[in-house]
Design a protein. Structure first.
Length: 382
């Protein structure tokens, strides 16, 4: 029998790989000396936790890049390096995330993605040519101009002077100079984990939809949207193509637009990028059971979160799918309609949330639940 485990992290409790190994232990307890092939894969959705999940699960390296943060301060941005594929895994929030900006200073007119470009530049200098970039959680709405400036693009105003950093500069750009762009950028492949479909500008665009949560009052939203329109027009004239209305162009304050227009980035579902990176289909194709899950299994899970991506892939190969979670809700029944055959909460007795999330307790509960589930499977198959 073959079991493949691909479970998302239980936030503030277990990493993806810790949870997976606990499940493996439970399955082995259930089968004792009987032969069973167990494969544990890391799982994430392209957002927070993706770097750690892929580094830990694929035996990569965690590296640090000292860069300029969203307010031009120095920050240390961790990123993953997967040696075999020469791939860097970056969460843009590590260099330009909202969490790096004190609430009283949040204003996307001032924040920049420059540090994201610096991380890319440092990784390229170390030989990286493949990038997985998660672009959730940004503090910015600069259309990705800062990132591009760090990579060598020079944006000038109508008087020929280079513009500065921040969202306020987008509307001032009149000319683009690519003579100083890092040559290695043309050898790179960028897979961008993007699960929003907003265009760059307009009522459904970056400024109007995401600006307020980054500190933009209505007047600032209007300024950012106007600047985005202007920069899109200048970019279209420069490139001979307009991608401003492409789904995802408005992600991360227009960072999606910069990747699409200037770096030939591929904007894809975060979970699909991760599933491809961990080669899950190859592992699942001859599996009997697939175990997935996350911290909380509910109706939102059924709307396409990481466990459902695993379940849908498993069903393509006829595997049975079991989900384990820190807790389950009544509406988690929707998950059964999306490919999860059965799901279980790992908490088998009443306890405070803090106690349930304790790593030692969570590991024990995960292992015990997996053991009992596979005890039942073992008995049913004899």
């Amino acid at each position: 029998m073959k079991v493949v485990v691909a479970i998302d992290s239980l936030k503030d409790s277990l990493t993806s790989f810790e949870a997976g190994k606990a499940i493996e232990e439970g399955v082995r307890k259930a089968y004792g000396h009987l032969p069973v092939d167990i494969v544990v894969k890391p799982l994430a959705d392209g957002g927070e936790g993706t770097v750690n999940a892929l580094v830990e699960g694929l035996h990569g390296e965690l590296r640090q890049a000292e860069v300029h943060g969203p307010l031009d301060e120095r920050v240390c941005c961790p990123y993953g390096y997967l040696r075999e594929s020469r791939t860097a895994v970056i969460e843009m929030a590590g260099a330009a995330g909202l969490g790096l900006v004190p609430e009283k200073l949040r204003n996307p007119l001032n924040t920049t993605t420059y540090g994201v470009g610096e991380v890319i530049s440092q990784a390229m200098a170390q030989g990286v040519r493949n990038f997985i970039v998660g672009i959730g959680g940004s503090a910015t709405s600069d259309c990705g101009i800062g990132m591009l400036q760090a990579l060598g693009y020079i944006f000038s105003d109508a008087d020929g002077h280079p513009v500065g950093l921040g969202g306020r500069e987008a509307g001032r750009i009149a000319a683009i100079d690519d003579s100083q762009v890092l040559s290695a950028i043309h050898e790179c492949v960028f897979n961008i984990a993007c699960d929003v479909t907003n265009p760059l500008f307009g009522r459904q665009g970056a400024a109007y939809i995401f600006g307020p949560q980054k500190g933009a009052v209505p007047e600032i939203v209007e300024t950012l949207d106007k600047g985005s329109r202007s920069f899109a027009a200048v970019t279209a004239a420069y490139l001979g193509k307009d991608v401003s209305q492409t789904a995802g162009a408005g992600a991360a304050g227009g960072l999606g637009f910069a990747f699409l227009a200037y770096l030939n980035g591929n904007l894809r579902s975060g979970i699909q990028i991760v599933l491809d990176s961990i080669h899950l289909a190859e592992a699942i194709k001859d599996a009997d059971y697939v175990v997935t899950g996350e911290g909380r299994l509910d109706a939102q899970t059924a709307m396409g979160k990481a466990p459902i991506g695993v379940a849908k892939l498993a069903k393509q190969y006829g595997a049975k799918v079991i989900a384990l979670a820190g807790c389950t809700t009544e509406d988690a029944i929707d998950c059964n309609r999306q490919g999860i055959d059965a799901f279980f909460s790992i908490v088998d007795t009443a306890m405070p949330l803090k106690e349930a999330m304790n790593k030692e307790n969570a590991l024990r509960n995960m292992t015990n639940t997996a053991t009992q589930v596979f005890n039942l499977i073992r008995v049913a198959e004899t």
